[in-house]
Design a protein around this ligand. Structure first.
Ligand SMILES: Nc1nc2c(ncn2[C@@H]2O[C@H](COP(=O)(O)OP(=O)(O)OP(=O)(O)O)[C@@H](O)[C@H]2O)c(=O)[nH]1
Length: 296
């Protein structure tokens, strides 16, 4: 079973990349999706289609607290589908070295062949995030251990920024293939084998906090949009990422907040409302109260 790990910071485009890979898949494919927040959203957004098996691991990181669950889930997919390739999406706060370390003891048992680590970088958020110093260790591990680095969202930045992003990336990894993408639209080349992991043993304390709620009800889209814009502008404290699914009178929508950018996409259907906010020291009570007021 070939393993592809799709890493990248919160909101960089991992789920977008996996959707694209699945559209172009060859053969049986397994997908393992890990989320930091307590409710799963990505799995609902990834269209499975035929010959795809999926396991979802919310509420933690497979690089540390969920290592045993990761191994169990890989075993489950192997038994159920035995796919040619398994795509693993660790949470945006996970480090690939921890994921590989967790898989090491079962590599032979499950016949795992680490094919490639793909690191996705948000061209728009990367430099401000690096400069903030808050996320340095995640980036160091994600970049240093990637075979392919996709600089995604190039539509959002001018060429000078793109060049600076690439120069910064090269400080951490001189050999990775670097690609520039919009919506992760690219062909991933067949890789012989992952170049070898650099266990950096950095200190990841995951001192991030999340609010994950599934309230019943129908929402006003403009009111939810205002909450997200306010959240992006710092009204509730430090919020780095928000995403979710909610029902309006016009149907279900998926929303994303990444680095101040708010996106909405209509969905064909949805099961329940899901809101996730990830940050540090933010005012969850105020957010929940505002969400309650956003109902129709
Ligand atoms: N403008 C622009 N938006 C993009 C691009 N790629 C992805 N997005 C949007 O960025 C948002 C986040 O993308 P995801 O694929 O959910 O990111 P992710 O890395 O899976 O997010 P987490 O799992 O929360 O860490 C979505 O609204 C995407 O539609 C791009 O190239 N350009």
């Amino acid at each position: 079973m070939k393993i592809r790990i799709v890493s990248g910071f919160l909101g960089a485009g991992k789920t977008t990349c996996i959707c694209h890979m699945l559209e172009n898949r060859q053969g049986l494919t397994g997908v393992l999706v890990n989320e930091f927040g307590d409710i799963g959203i990505d799995a609902e957004l990834i269209q499975r289609g035929e010959a795809v098996d999926m396991v979802e691991l919310p509420s933690g990181c497979i690089c540390c607290t969920l290592r045993n669950d990761l191994v169990k889930a890989v075993g489950e997919i192997k038994k159920r589908l035995n796919p040619e390739r398994l795509i693993i999406e660790p949470s945006g706060l996970a480090v690939p070295s921890g994921v590989l370390e967790a898989l090491e003891p079962v590599k032979e048992k499950y016949g795992l062949e680490i094919e490639a680590i793909i690191g996705i970088v948000d061209a728009d958020g990367f430099l401000p995030n690096i400069e903030s110093g808050l996320f340095g260790d995640f980036y160091t591990d994600q970049l240093a251990n990637s075979d392919i680095i996709m600089i995604n969202k190039v539509d959002l930045v001018p060429p000078e920024t793109l060049q600076k992003v690439e120069e910064e990336i090269r400080k951490y990894n001189q050999s990775a293939i670097i690609m520039h993408t919009v919506n992760c639209q690219t062909e991933i080349p067949e890789m012989e084998a992952h170049a070898g992991i650099d266990y950096l043993h950095l200190h990841f304390d995951h001192e991030f906090d999340s609010l994950a709620v599934t309230p019943a009800g129908v929402y006003r889209r403009e009111a939810v949009e205002q909450i997200l814009r306010d959240a992006g502008a710092g009204k509730y404290g430090q919020i780095y990422r928000a995403k979710g699914i909610f029902q309006t009178a016009a149907g279900y929508f998926n929303f994303d907040l990444v680095h101040g950018q708010v996106n909405f996409k209509p969905l064909k259907d949805g099961s329940e409302n899901k809101f996730i906010f990830i940050g540090k020291d933010f005012d969850k009570k105020a957010l929940e109260a505002e969400l309650a007021r956003a109902k129709a």
